[in-house]
Design a protein around this ligand. Structure first.
Ligand code: EPU
Length: 421
């Protein structure tokens, strides 16, 4: 086991380069199963979720060659299995994209239940609704989800709530289905657009990604033979922007798409931070104590749940009383009790957290309860007086590339150390 030891406070200063988007990569890698050919994917984040996914695909007969640590060449001409066992799929959430991909390519998928962060109940009824609408029979038993069909046929699907995963999975399952599939009430996140752009580059015909109505005109085959570069990670970019504010620093975030960060930029400005957004980079800096704000997490383009805990760190030190309402995940305030160990004053009531702003945080041993909570606690440790130890790093390593090196390059005093068992 390992821990991060952080000595603060340090105002972060300098430039940081954002990696490719985790939540796009974990949909695009399984999407290669649909390709009867070879393709190259660039700008992959070097994180454990990506490595786990590549391992699963190799077990299905896909040949993967690492060109460098951010680029793979994928040969999916010979899929030899449509079964992904639980011991591999439970390592992360996005393993459920294997169902849509294998169903689309092979007409059969037997996939272990997904794992991932414990954010409260994470049902997949809308994914199943999508598969069934396309003509598949879906059963869940003994820890596996099985989906089968003789022939997938296009249909119109209305989702009961906006779901990133169900939108992605239905796109994957319908790309090779006969006819035109329509998804209504689709998610609009940048990673949805990235998946559609990837598939279109490989020969698919998907229109409307990024709006709430997506139309997929089924094609006979995806030939591949193309190179695709993954979109920058807007959550990693937002994490560093908020770290600039929490640490009273001045950071330029490079290789991001500032359009994707509008809800975060709006809130940083509202609490009194400074932002200069320049399309593919943004300078974010602190100049005075930040003030309270109220936030409700929402599907894109609302304020992202995946930046809620990082924003919570800023609000815990802002003057006045702030309120965050978490509308996506039931258990996304677990970081609050860890931040309270560092001197924050946060009270949780159901899906609402009330932050009574304190002047400063102090160092303490804390545990990363999920991926984004882990990033938030690192930010808090950098901003706090004294030494903070962050435990449970496997959550953070799943989704952030070289996080401590990136923070160190901005001046943070942060070290990874082995923990005696
Ligand atoms: N929902 C259902 N039924 C479904 C699917 C979703 O009720 O069949 C509900 C969920 O319980 C939740 C809401 O709909 O309340 C939205 O869930 P969504 O399906 O959009 O989430 P997801 O696809 O499982 C992805 C990201 C999460 C991110 C959410 C919301 C990936 C691999 N994961 O999850 O990312 O929080 O969208 O934006 O893309 C993270 O990166 O830290 C992370 C948790």
């Amino acid at each position: 086991m390992e821990k991060l030891v952080i000595t603060g406070p340090t105002p972060l200063r300098g430039h940081v380069k954002i990696s490719g988007a985790k939540n796009a990569a974990v949909a695009i890698i399984p999407a290669t199963i649909l390709i009867n050919g070879v393709c190259t994917i660039e700008n992959l984040p070097n994180i454990s979720d990506v490595k786990s996914y590549c391992e699963i695909l190799e077990n299905l007969g896909v040949k993967i060659k690492w060109i460098n640590k951010h680029t793979i060449q994928v040969d999916s001409r010979h899929i030899t299995s449509s079964f992904a066992p639980l011991d591999l799929t439970r390592k992360f959430r996005a393993s459920y994209y294997l169902i849509g991909s294998l169903l689309g390519r092979c007409g059969h998928a037997e996939v272990g239940l997904p794992g991932g962060c414990n954010l409260g109940p994470r049902p997949i009824d809308q994914h199943i609704k999508g598969f069934e609408a396309l003509g598949a029979t879906v059963t869940v038993s003994n820890g596996n989800i099985t989906a089968t069909c003789d022939k997938l046929r296009a249909n119109s699907i209305y989702f009961d709530m906006v779901s990133v995963g169900a939108t992605m999975n239905t796109i994957l399952a319908s790309v090779l289905a006969e006819g035109t599939t329509t998804i209504d009430n689709a998610a609009k996140e940048p990673h949805i657009v990235d998946l559609a752009n990837f598939l279109n580059t490989m020969g698919a015909d998907i229109r409307g990604a990024g709006t709430d109505v997506i139309k997929i005109n089924g094609v006979k085959e995806l030939k591949g033979n193309a190179t695709y570069s993954i979109v920058p990670d807007q959550i990693e970019a937002g994490t560093f922007m908020l770290a600039a504010i929490a640490s009273k620093g001045d950071i330029t975030v490079e290789n991001c798409i500032t359009k994707h960060l509008e809800p975060v930029i709006a809130k940083v400005l509202e609490i009194g931070g400074n932002v200069e957004a320049n399309g593919d980079h943004a300078r974010v800096w602190w100049s005075k104590r930040t003030s309270k704000a109220n936030i409700k997490t929402l599907p894109y383009p609302g304020f992202p749940t995946d930046l809620q805990s990082q924003m919570g760190v800023c609000l815990s030190m802002s003057s006045g009383t702030s309120i965050i309402n978490e509308s996506i995940w039931e258990s996304r305030f677990q970081y609050a009790q860890e931040l309270n160990k560092m001197g924050a004053n946060i009270t949780i009531s159901g899906k609402t957290a009330v932050f009574e702003g304190v002047e400063y945080l102090y160092g303490a041993p804390v545990t990363a309860t999920d991926l984004r909570a882990g990033a938030a606690l690192i930010m808090a440790g950098i901003s706090a007086n004294g030494v903070t130890e962050v435990f449970n790093l496997h959550h953070i390593d799943r989704g952030y590339e070289n996080i401590e090196e990136k923070f160190r390059s901005l001046g943070a005093k942060i070290e990874r150390q082995k923990v005696e068992e």
